[in-house]
Design a protein around this ligand. Structure first.
Ligand code: ZN
Length: 186
């Protein structure tokens, strides 16, 4: 067996930005330098995701306004998908739109049925600048759409309407991690 580096093993977890934090809104910038700094950021993102027991994490969520996300996420057949994408673009979505439970490390402890396409294709680059195409179905397709949204400043809450949306925002306002009243309730 060949010894492989475990993603995140050289990174350190960074504090998570939570609902109401301005770092979560607005579009991220394209990465232009595929250098050691980017590799270190991605390592920290893996470490942060694992420390928080998440299945995906976007750079916005640690306050870095760059278009990068990492994932370690199962699909509905329990296949594991592990990797990262730099400058990702959601190029294809199809299949039925399925409403399924979705959560976010920026709204810890809260979940809501959120509509997503059952299949998604995302293109982008590796940390070293090699082109990549990632195709996901089921829960992993949901994850890919969720992470792409973060890079445009969107949260799953933005896909909810009516009672579902009100319920999530009410739970977030009452959560132990809730921001001060003047910055909460976005
Ligand atoms: Zn999220």
């Amino acid at each position: 067996m060949r010894l492989r580096t475990i993603p995140g093993s050289s990174g350190r977890p960074r504090p998570l930005r939570l609902l109401g934090d301005p770092a979560l809104s607005g579009p991220g910038r394209e990465v232009t330098a595929f250098d050691g700094e980017l590799a270190a950021l991605i390592e920290d993102m893996y470490a942060t995701m694992y420390a928080a027991h998440g299945v995906g994490l976007a750079a916005h969520q640690i306050g870095v306004p760059l278009r990068v996300f990492v994932y370690d996420c199962p699909d509905d057949e329990d296949r594991r998908h592990l990797g990262h994408l730099v400058n990702p673009r959601l190029v294809e979505t199809d299949g039925p739109v399925v409403r399924g439970p979705e959560g976010c490390l920026s709204l810890p402890g809260i979940e809501a049925g959120t509509p997503r396409y059952d299949r998604a294709v995302v293109t982008g680059f590796s940390a070293s600048g090699e082109p990549r195409t990632v195709t996901g179905t089921g829960f992993f397709a949901r994850c890919l759409q969720h992470e792409c949204d973060h890079l445009d400043g969107l949260l799953y809450v933005d896909h909810l309407t009516g009672l579902r949306r009100r319920r999530v925002l009410r739970a977030a306002a009452r959560a132990p991690w809730a921001a001060e009243p003047e910055t909460s309730g976005r």
